[in-house]
Design a protein. Structure first.
Lengths: 219, 246
């Protein structure tokens, strides 16, 4: 059931490729705006690169949150899924995993390219990828709570930003911290460990909160 | 334990809580006024002038209680929302909704007074200090809660959705706080450290505590008034309300 659900969401996403690409391009465009707004000095760019990449990733992942449950809610699939004897926890986890694969993994893959534009060194680029790999699942997990709470509401997209962005702050701090540490020549390990700990914690609690929120919103 | 058993659950029903709250409000309002007058008197006339900061420090008499209230009311709101959700207690959920604007206002007061104090003390209106930043984030959490509840039309769904958000927020508050503190200690260069506070004069502490009590009384009074309005709005169909209002 879990695997089937992930597979189904992946197929659906493949059939709407343009949506996925839009998120990636949004990420690229937002990151590219910063040098234009701040100026092309290499030193400045290198020092702001970690923050820019991470904030853009936050915004891009938030943009796609509506898709986790939105379409299934509208055509009634979500209600049917919740009625199955399967545990809601697993269903929610499957939806989140599919969302991460579709909307966040492309960001992780393209991020080193953007880092190159900002003049990051090779080992820092590796840390960008590792920190994003650990951090973006947390974004999907926390974001799913917001997405479930705002299902079918007016102005859900703006609302979800208000709910979710403050909760993203620890991930942002740990993620940028890791990259900054490697740019500054110190070990990024403590940040990566903290990111990992955050991931484990949200992996346990977030799907539970999301299923509670889904039951509230669908009923 | 006692022979006289008071049925506390009785007051969990809006119908019996509504008149009780009505009777309690004047008392808390009077207490608020009294404590504010005493506290402000002690704060302005009894407490000595600080030898480092001069008269400007007196803003802490409102700043510190407001900051405490902002934090505490968030926890209280989450507790009420959680009770309302877990036990399906309407009144507890209404209390959570009623607390949220008061908490947000106290957080805002703490931010504004903090920045007013920062100007003479630090020379700038705003620093990205750990406490200021986490108070700002607390403000965002309140805004999220209030805007989520106000954009859901069905009151029962609004109550429960708010409960989930408030509980998630409460779990996150310590994580956010420590991460912000950590972030702050890393960027040492940009921040201005607060010098170790000299021990407070007893009258300063007294003024602060009296004003804290005043803020509590104010919060209780205002929340009760607001919860009465919420009850009137949600129970407008029920016969008991028509009787009370008649």
């Amino acid at each position: 059931m879990f695997g089937w659900l992930v597979w189904r969401d992946l197929i659906l996403a493949w059939r709407r490729r343009a949506d996925v690409l839009a998120t990636v391009f949004f990420f690229v465009i937002v990151v590219s705006l910063f040098p234009l707004g701040i100026g092309p000095e290499r030193e400045t760019l290198r020092s702001i690169a970690p923050g820019v990449v991470w904030v853009a990733a936050l915004l891009a992942s938030m943009l796609s949150l509506g898709r986790i449950f939105g379409n299934d809610y509208q055509d009634g699939t979500l209600e049917q899924l919740l009625l199955t004897p399967q545990s809601t926890y697993l269903i929610v986890l499957g939806k989140i995993l599919a969302h991460w694969l579709v909307s966040e993994l492309p960001l992780v893959i393209i991020a080193p390219l953007l880092g190159l534009q900002f003049g990051l060194a090779q080992n820092s680029l590796a840390i960008v990828v590792v920190s994003l790999l650990l951090g973006t699942p947390v974004l999907s997990l926390i974001g799913s709570i917001g997405a479930a709470l705002t299902l079918g509401l007016r102005a859900a997209n703006v609302l979800v930003a208000l709910l979710v962005l403050p909760l993203y702050i620890p991930v942002l701090i740990f993620g940028t911290g890791a990259v900054q540490a490697s740019v500054g020549g110190t070990s990024p390990q403590p940040y990566l460990l903290l990111l990992g700990a955050t991931l484990v914690l949200t992996l346990v609690f977030a799907p539970w909160a999301t299923s509670a929120a889904l039951k509230i919103s669908v009923e | 334990m006692s022979n006289r058993k008071i049925n506390w659950y009785k007051y969990a029903a809006p119908a019996s809580f509504y008149p009780l709250a009505g009777k309690m409000i004047p008392w808390f309002a009077v207490l608020t006024a009294l404590l504010f007058i005493i506290g402000l008197y002690v704060g302005f006339f009894v407490a000595p002038t600080d030898f480092q900061q001069g008269e400007a420090y007196r803003i802490i008499f409102i700043h510190v209680p407001a900051a405490w209230m902002g934090m505490f009311l968030y926890v209280l709101m989450a507790v009420y929302a959680g009770i309302g959700w877990a036990f399906n207690a309407r009144l507890a959920s209404m209390m959570a909704t009623a607390i949220s604007p008061t908490g947000a206002i106290f957080t805002l007061i703490a931010l504004v007074t903090g920045s007013l104090w920062g100007r003479p003390a630090w020379g700038v209106w705003w620093v990205w200090d750990a406490r200021l930043t986490s108070t700002l984030i607390l403000m965002f959490l309140y805004i999220g809660f209030i805007s989520l509840q106000s954009s859901i039309d069905d009151p029962r769904r609004a109550d429960r959705a708010g409960a989930v958000l408030a509980l998630v927020g409460v779990i996150n508050v310590p994580i956010i706080y420590f991460s912000v503190q950590w972030w702050n200690s890393l960027h040492q260069g940009a921040t201005i450290r607060i010098a170790n506070k000299p021990t407070m004069a007893p009258s300063m502490l007294a003024a602060m505590l009296i004003l804290l009590a005043a803020c509590w009384m104010y919060s209780i009074a205002v929340v009760l008034v607001r919860v009465r309005y919420i009850i009137r709005e949600r129970e407008r169909e029920s016969p008991w309300l028509a009787e009370v209002l008649a």
